[in-house]
Each structure stands twice: as structure tokens, then as C-alpha cells.
Design a protein around this ligand. Structure first.
Ligand code: PGA
Length: 254
């Protein structure tokens, strides 16, 4: 696992977008694992710019999102389907039939979770997984205490996550209580993981993830066991780290 500290959010986003672009240029049919939330927005914006400059082509790319709320239809402004389309997909040339999110409106949710896992396998697995991190150390909606071997399933959201996400809804009562999420075991099968975090409110979660023990109480700490995981943070999110880290990747790890 590698930690890279960038000066600020803009630098972090540019670095992550260039990293993803390089991977797609090496393997045009890259399978991306994508995240929602405010953290990856800058990366998506940079990728859109790179696409407009003809530096990256998504025509053969496929993508699988980490999670989706249960009970929000696709057209709901807070559904992750809507978020991805608005903030990324409609601005690039990924084919609509090649992007997938869990189906929060499925009649048989356990079956749809199994199908999601199967679909990822059909595409040959995820090449690069982008992760954000919750203030409580969650990855996707794998809240503290989630099995480190878990697969795609329904999870009840933590009170902290409900309150963190209430900023996007008119009131906290409107925040869904359940979500479908890829499991930690699913995420760990990605060939490359990049975990992004910015801002002081992520500093605790980042020091526990990078320097603490591996524990289900900090689900993100599992990335320490991944052979090709990179944590990319800005200075604020890095502020509680105790060891020295570089601002550039070790060449051998690329
Ligand atoms: P954020 O969410 O990017 O909006 O901070 C991250 C997460 O909860 O995983």
C-alpha cells in the first residue's frame, strides 16, 4: 500500500484523473469501479476535461458503481444513478449499456446482488476501483463492523452516515435507511485500488486506515492487505499521519 500526499484537492483530483487515464490508454476496455460522494467529483471533472481534449476515450470502458440507495428510483435527484449520469457519464463517451449500478428498486434484492457480482465477473473483474472514505472509516456503505469478506448485499446505514448524507436531502427523515453495497471482499478483488480523501474531517479515518491495525471497525484499513492500493490525500486529510510520505508514486509501483 502506498500513500501519496498532494498539496490540495485540485492536485489530488488531477493526479487521480491522470492515473485513470494512463490505465485506460494502456487497456482501452478497462473496467472501472466508481464511487459517488463529493470526493471523486474533482476527478470526474478532470476526466471529462481530458476526454474533451481527446486524451482519453471511454468507448470500450465499462464501469460498476459501489453502491445505491434502496427505494430511490433512478430519476430521483439523490439516487446514485442520477448522480453518475449528471456528473460524469453524460459528459463522456461511455456506452450506456456498459455502466452498471446496483438496482435499489429491484423486487428481489438478494438475487439482484448476486447478479451484480456475476456481471462484474463476466466483464473479467474490476481493473481500477476508486474509493472514497467515510468519516467513520467506511468504504462504500460497508459501515464499521462489516465483515471484511462481505459481498454485494443490503446494509443498514450508520447514524453517522445518515447524518453526513442528510446535507443532500431536504430533511434527515428523507435519507434512505438502507443501501445496496459491494462488499469488502468484492472491493478487494479489484486489481488496483485508489482511495481518495480530502479535508480535515477525513484526517482521523485516514490515519487509522493507513497506520492503524486492520480491523472491521475501520473497514478502509483492509486496503493495507491489497497488493496494489494507493491512498491519495490532500494535506488536510494527511494532517494526522505520523510517518513521512511522498507526493509522487514510487515508479516501480506504477
Ligand atoms: P464524501 O463521502 O466523498 O462525500 O466525503 C465519502 C464516503 O462516505 O464514502
Amino acid at each position: 500500500m502506498e500513500v501519496i500526499i498532494k498539496e490540495n484537492y485540485e492536485e489530488l483530483s488531477k493526479f487521480a484523473a491522470q492515473f485513470i487515464t494512463d490505465q485506460i490508454n494502456n487497456k482501452p476496455d478497462t473496467v472501472l469501479g466508481l464511487a459517488t460522494g463529493s470526493t471523486p467529483l474533482g476527478t470526474y471533472k478532470e476526466l471529462i476535461n481530458l476526454h474533451k481534449e481527446n486524451k482519453v476515450d471511454f468507448s470500450q470502458v465499462a464501469s460498476f458503481n459501489l453502491d445505491e440507495y434502496v427505494g430511490l428510483p433512478k430519476e430521483h435527484s439523490q439516487s446514485y444513478y442520477y448522480f453518475m449520469n449528471e456528473n460524469f457519464f453524460k459528459h463522456i463517451n461511455i456506452k450506456p449499456e456498459n455502466w452498471y449500478l446496483p438496482d435499489g428498486m429491484a423486487k428481489d434484492i438478494p438475487q439482484s446482488c448476486e447478479e451484480y457480482e456475476k456481471k462484474i465477473k463476466e466483464y473479467g473483474g474490476i481493473d481500477i476501483q476508486i474509493l472514497g472514505i467515510g468519516g467513520n472509516g467506511h468504504i462504500a456503505f460497508n459501515e464499521p463492523g462489516s465483515s471484511l469478506a462481505s459481498r454485494t448485499r443490503v446494509k443498514t446505514l450508520d447514524e453517522k452516515t445518515i447524518s453526513d448524507n442528510s446535507r443532500f436531502f431536504d430533511s434527515i427523515d428523507e435519507v434512505p435507511r438502507y443501501a445496496i453495497t459491494m462488499g469488502i471482499g468484492t472491493i478487494m478483488e479489484a486489481k488496483i485500488i485508489i482511495l481518495l480523501a480530502n479535508g480535515e474531517n477525513k484526517a482521523d479515518a485516514i490515519v487509522k486506515t493507513a497506520e492503524g491495525p486492520i480491523t472491521s471497525m475501520v473497514p478502509a484499513s483492509i486496503v493495507q492487505l491489497h497488493p496494489r492500493a494507493t491512498i491519495i490525500v490532500d494535506k488536510a486529510a494527511a494532517s494526522k499521519l505520523t510517518r513521512e510520505y511522498s507526493s509522487e508514486p514510487a515508479k516501480l509501483n506504477l
